[in-house]
Every structure is written in C-alpha cells, then in structure tokens.
Write a new protein. Structure first.
Length: 529
C-alpha cells in the first residue's frame, strides 16, 4: 500500500496525514478543497486525505475506495467532508468521521467501523449516523429534492426537507438530542431537523437512491468537463416483506424497496461488505475483520428470569466475551444462584439489538430456543430455557479502568432499551426510565415504568456506586392490573457507568405476586447525560 504523506497546519502545530482513499471513478466536475483552502480537481486515481472537502457539481459523481477496503459513492451536487480517517494498528486507534453538508452518498464500510463501530460516524445538521457493519445511503434535502431526483422539470414541493437514510445491508443508528432510531436492512428513516426526533418511514423514498454508469477502465479523466452520466433513474422495483414488523405499529407491512446500483461492481460490494477479510494498517500490521473477541475488561450487565429474576453486572468473571456485529453471543457473569460462569447464546436469537456509537454501549436480548451456562467443575453447558422468557444484556465498550467525576450530580436520559419481558411469555413496553448519579457521595437513584400484559409496573430505588463504576440499587415496586387491581413488590437494578460517567448501561429485575401468580419482569436500558 502506498501512502501520500503531507505536512499540514491544523489543530496541532504540525501533523502527518496519510491518504484516506483514492478515486476509482470520476465523471463530471469534482473538486477537493483541503484544510488550507487549496483547491484541486479530483481525477481518476486521485488521492483524498483527512480534512478534504469533496464537492461534486450538478453533473459530477465520484466513487472512492478507502484504504480500509470501504467504498463511498458521492452523488451529484453534494458536499462531503472527510473530517478524520485513520486505520490504526489497534482498533482503538481507528477513526472514521465524515460530514454530509449537502446532497447525498452511499457507503459500504470497511475495517474502520466494523471492528469498533463507535469510531465511525457521519455528521449532518439534523442528526448523526452510526453504523453496525453496513451498506447504506443518505440524502440531505434542502429544497433540492424531488421525486425524480431533483430535475427542474419535475421538482415536487411535497418532498420535505431533512435527512433521509436507507439501509441496504446491516444497520444504522440515527441519533440527535431528541432520540435514537435503529434501522435494519430495507428500513428507512427521516429526521426533519435538529429539533425533531428521528422517525421510521414505511416506504423507500425514490429520490434517496441514485444510479450511475459502471466504472470503465478505458475512461479518460474527465474531472474538468461534463461527464457522460446516464439519467439517474431507479432500476427494477420489487415487493419485499420485512422480516419483522414496522417500527411504529409492530404490524407486518409491505414495503417498496429499490434495487439500486451506484456503479460499484458486485465483486467490490461483496468484498467490502464481508466480515471475512483482512487489511493492512498504516503501521504495516495485518488485522482480521472476523467475529470480534472482546477483552475481559468489557463490563456486561444482564437480567434473566424464570422461576426467579436476577439483575447483575460484572467485568466478565469467566473470561472474554464474544460479539458479532456488536451482538453479544457469549460473556461471563453469574447465574441465579450467584455462581460465576460463562453464558453462550446456544440456538437462541438476538432480538432488540441496538448500539450507541458515541458511548460504545450495545444491548439486546436472547430469546427463543435454549442458551447455555457453564460454571465451575462439572457444571458445563447447563441449558437455559428461553422458549418462554429472555436473557437481556447490555455491554459497555472495550476498556480498562475508568475514572468517575469526583463531585456533582448527573441526570441521564434513556437512549435505547430492550423490550421488557415477563416469566409468562409476554413482551411489554418500557415507557420511561431514568438514572440520577450523585458523584459527591457515590450514590445513584434509578426508576423504570413498564406496560405489559394489561399491567403497569412502576419501580424506583437508590443504591451505591462502586469505584469501578458499577452500581446496584434496591427497588420498590408498585403497580396496577386491569383485572385484579393494585399490587406491590420488590426488585433490583444493576449497571455500570462508562469513563467519566458520560453514559450508563442498566439491567433491572422486578417481582410481584399478582392474583396469587408469581410474576417477574426483566429488561435492560442504555443512558447518556
């Protein structure tokens, strides 16, 4: 791999920049402005660097192969900036931060973002896009979108301004101060502005997608002239039934999905989208993008139910945890008897999976089938029946010792959660949850409000924060059942704070006797200040 090393004046007095990628196809007028304000036309095989602003004209298009084997295809009339891009010897040294200022793009992530997703994000004025090993497209509309891809003759006033995102493979998170939306393959999201929460769309907006000519090795560089681009039209459409219900109403809805082509060859797409690949870092070391084994310092809080319910947190007591696409499949913790050991997902499924790219916290629940637990001695792979229940988990980022504020009070807002489940096979809704941390006296207060099986559960309580960032609270439970009136019970919440107390993960387990039926509720939640 060749690197273009340039000396630039930036936030630091001097800094060496390695190339971020190279243009594999250029059509129309495309130019690049570096951080010093120097402007150059981008031609085929031209280098782009961290800090570069890439601008495509009304007839421009560029496809860039990144040094980590990812791809970015930038559509016409767009402004796209590479804020930071580095492939380090260790995943903690990676950085992939971009800004979409105007227009749209399609991206297939490479090593950066696959081996540590929290380092990858695309910023816009309305929301930030995070990823889960992804092929996706985004379009920022500012009075320049139409149902026929922005052509003047068919401009439509009913295309609302805002950020539109569609997922082709993998998943993304749309996040701003008002909320977080998790999108899977063939799902679509929209954010009106910075003062509006992300919402799910039931159908694929046609203007979100674009098509270009396939790269041709015989093409002459044409960055300064008009490119020979075909009209941007959507290829064949087909009816696709989502694998799960709509995000809003949980009912099965037929969605229109576009079969799209942005000029990347199928081999390029397959190679970039696959996790079974290796790349060479800037320092010359080779890394693999296979399933990630995470260090024993990764903290996991969990909640498991059945005849009894447990909420506990630990730093992988039995060893390393394993995650695929940030979906936890194995980790160390305790069983209902307090015995340390190793949980594995077995033939259960990972549901309600989410990931916050800012904090690095991921969450989900194992359900259906049977998981396994292996403790000490002969207690090997003991079945954990999840056919009528769930095992909920929330995992912190990789890391060692953390530091917490020495004083002050912090209030945390809910940004993600699993759906609460009970021991009777019901799935509910987490209506509200909160954490308040008092770092002056190392105490915490937590609360959850849950609706499930025609019941309302309210729980709150206080507890202590440990020096390692873990916390445990005893909860008092009150509630009402539409058939049997009010009830009361008890419970617990356990969890962890990330470094500097910026975010938190929590598991909870609640118990009550409702009409002589022992009932427990479990779940997990993720928070940020």
């Amino acid at each position: 791999m060749r690197f273009l090393i340039c000396l630039a004046i930036c936030l630091l007095p001097t800094q060496l920049f390695a190339e971020a990628g190279r243009a594999i196809f250029v059509a129309g007028t495309v130019h690049v402005t570096d951080e010093d304000g120097n402007r150059r036309f981008l031609r085929k095989n031209g280098v782009v660097n961290p800090g570069d602003l890439i601008v495509t004209s009304v007839n421009g298009l560029v496809q860039i192969r990144m040094i980590d084997k990812g791809f970015i295809s930038i559509r016409r009339n767009s402004h796209f900036k590479i804020e930071a891009f580095k492939l380090g010897a260790k995943k903690e040294e990676d950085s992939g931060i971009f800004s979409l200022l105007k227009g749209g793009f399609r991206a297939i992530t490479g090593a950066i973002g696959k081996r540590l997703r929290s380092v990858y994000q695309v910023r816009t004025v309305t929301a930030t896009i995070g990823i889960r090993g992804t092929d996706y497209t985004a379009r920022l509309c500012n009075q320049d979108c139409s149902r026929n891809f922005g052509t003047a003759s068919s401009r439509s006033a009913n295309i609302k301004d805002g950020l539109y995102v569609g997922v082709i493979d993998g998943g993304v998170l749309l996040r701003n101060d008002l909320g977080t939306l998790d999108l899977d393959a063939l799902q679509y999201g929209y954010v009106k502005d910075a003062g509006s929460a992300p919402v799910a769309l039931l159908n694929a907006p046609e203007f979100l997608f674009f098509k270009s000519r396939q790269p041709n090795i015989d093409d002459e560089d044409n960055a300064e002239g008009d490119g020979d681009i075909r009209p941007e039209t959507v290829a064949t459409r087909q009816r696709i039934t989502p694998k799960s219900g709509d995000i809003k109403n949980n009912s099965s809805i037929q969605q229109d999905a576009n079969i799209i082509d942005t000029g990347l060859s199928q081999d390029d797409i397959d190679n970039a989208a696959s996790f079974n690949q290796s790349v060479t870092t800037e320092s010359g070391s080779v890394i693999s993008l296979d399933d990630t084994t995470l260090g024993s310092s990764r903290v996991v809080a969990m909640a498991v139910g059945g005849s009894a319910a447990l909420s506990t947190v630990s730093n992988n007591l039995a060893g390393a945890s394993t995650a695929v696409n940030q979906e936890l499949t194995q980790f160390g913790n305790k069983d209902l008897n307090g015995t340390p050991g190793q949980y594995n997902i077995g033939n259960a499924s990972n549901l309600d999976v989410g990931f916050d790219p800012v904090s690095g916290i991921s969450w989900g629940r194992w359900a259906g089938g049977s998981a396994g637990f292996s403790g000490s001695g002969s207690n090997t792979n003991i079945p954990v029946d999840l056919s009528n229940s769930s095992l909920h988990w929330v995992a912190g980022p990789d890391g060692g010792n953390i530091s917490l504020p020495s004083s002050g009070v912090a209030n945390y807002r809910l940004i993600g959660n699993t759906s609460p489940t009970d021991n009777l096979g019901n799935t509910g809704v987490l209506g509200a949850a909160s954490i308040t941390a008092n770092f002056s006296n190392m105490s915490t207060a937590t609360s959850v409000d849950i609706g499930i099986n025609n019941q309302i559960w309210n729980a709150s309580g206080t507890g202590a924060i440990q020096p390692n960032g873990h916390f445990a609270n005893n909860l008092s439970v009150t509630g009402s059942d539409t058939s049997h009136g009010s009830f009361s019970g008890q419970g617990s919440s356990t969890g962890f704070f990330t470094n500097n107390g910026t975010a938190a993960g929590m598991g909870y387990a609640l118990e009550a006797n409702i009409n002589n039926t022992p009932t427990n509720i479990i779940g997990t939640a993720t928070f940020q200040q």
